[in-house]
Design a protein around this ligand. Structure first.
Ligand code: GLU
Length: 397
């Protein structure tokens, strides 16, 4: 696929990392921010829909308060509150010059993990775009409790950084393209800081486990790293979107991307085109409970897209309610799928290993034969999914 394809993208999510919004002294990189704004305003004038996901609030607040560290409880939250308004003042001024209206949206995990909030957010964002406004999104660090609440330890959260947040937004809005701009050129065959033979990978056609293994941890100042960018790419490409990871320090990089310049690493859509509900089940919600299943059930789920019956379940992990999404794990406790349960954890514990015909005898009632119905299961292993899950087209025909 040629880079020129980007030119046709209509709905674009652009994520700016902390490190491209400040210079090497840790001060605001004013000229760079304004060049991003100039490029984005140009896209809007061309009739494209631009959604900006911006980091930088914590960093700007920390600078403003002259703090050395944000480690102490509540400090990061306080910095975010101070920095967010500074951040928005740049965007308000910059987009104002081009007469492009903007809207601030601050989000927490619950805005995705609770499906009614997820759906309502989608309606609002679509309305904002319809008005020709650029939504400017950041994680609402001031009220986000995910890093502070001990009750949540062990929970798989839907996002804890802006890379994953931008992917969830792109997925929710069916965006054509997600551009992740940070201070790295793209994905390399090895860590370029350590290995001088490392080469930039220009194109990735499937974010397999092998590709995921090239991911490194967070860079200084930001919360994301290559690993979170690859997770973002995995999600977006599974619903038919494209992703580009590129260096935001290249002058006027957004403009160059839309002129078809060969910049960064491009991730191509998979053939799956995961429907919205399966995307939400697989990626957008927080997970606390789990079901350990036997090899037969794992095979049936991954290779035949089967429902999960009680007979295939070996163990129930943690407590969950009916209608919640849980991890589906194999005998080695490796998560390979997620699904929305028809029975709560207590009911599951009672029917584990039983034939579906016996559910009514055991519980005194039976709502479903399956603990998780096939339409409510999303596989997470891409290499297998590639050959096993039918594409949307096949599923319809
Ligand atoms: N929300 C954070 C901020 O505005 C950044 C999170 C991230 O870097 O992923 O500073």
């Amino acid at each position: 696929m040629l880079r020129e394809e980007f030119i046709n993208a209509k709905r674009i999510v652009i994520k700016l990392g902390t490190n491209v919004l400040r210079n090497s002294e840790g001060e605001v990189a004013i000229s760079r921010i304004y060049s991003f704004i100039e490029d984005m305003a140009k896209l809007v004038k061309q009739g494209k829909e631009v959604i900006l996901v911006t980091s930088g609030a914590v960093g700007l607040g920390k600078k403003k308060l002259n703090l050395e560290s944000t480690a102490e409880d509540g400090v990061k939250q306080a910095c975010a509150a101070v920095g967010q308004s500074r951040l928005m003042s740049f965007y308000e001024n910059g987009f104002g010059i081009y007469d492009v209206p903007i809207a601030q949206i601050l989000l927490t995990e619950d805005d995705f993990s609770l499906r009614y909030r997820y759906l309502s957010l989608r309606t609002t964002l679509n309305k904002i775009l319809e008005f020709g406004v650029v939504p400017i999104i950041n994680q609402n660090d001031t009220v986000s409790t995910i890093e502070m609440n001990p009750m949540m330890s062990g929970m798989k959260v839907c996002f804890a950084d802006n890379d994953k947040l931008s992917a969830l937004v792109a997925s929710e809005l069916d965006a054509d393209l997600l551009i992740l701009l940070s201070d790295i050129n793209g994905l390399y065959t090895a860590n370029p800081k350590v290995d001088k033979n490392a080469e930039l990978i220009k194109e990735v056609d499937c974010v397999t486990d092998e590709i995921m293994s090239l991911g490194t941890d967070a860079s200084e100042g930001g919360r994301g790293g290559m690993r979170t960018k690859l997770e973002a790419a995995k999600l977006v490409t599974r619903f038919g979107g494209k992703v580009l990871i590129a260096n935001g320090k290249i002058p006027f990089v957004i403009n160059k991307i839309f002129e078809g310049e060969d910049i960064g690493t491009m991730f191509l859509p998979t053939s799956e085109n995961l429907p919205d509900k399966k995307r939400w089940i697989g990626y957008a919600t927080n997970i606390i409970g789990g079901l350990v299943v036997n090899e037969g059930a794992k095979k049936a789920i991954l290779e035949q897209c089967s429902s999960l019956l009680p007979i295939g379940i070996l163990n129930v992990v943690n407590d969950f309610n009916r209608g919640e999404v849980v991890s589906i794990m194999d005998e080695n406790n490796i998560e390979f799928a997620r699904g929305m349960v028809n029975y709560n954890s207590q009911e599951c514990r009672r029917i584990v290993g039983s034939h579906s015909n016996n559910i009514e005898k055991i519980l005194g009632y039976k709502n479903y034969d399956a603990v998780i119905t096939r339409d409510n299961i999303t596989g997470l292993l891409l290499s297998l999914i590639h050959i096993s899950e039918p594409t949307r087209q096949e599923a319809i025909s």
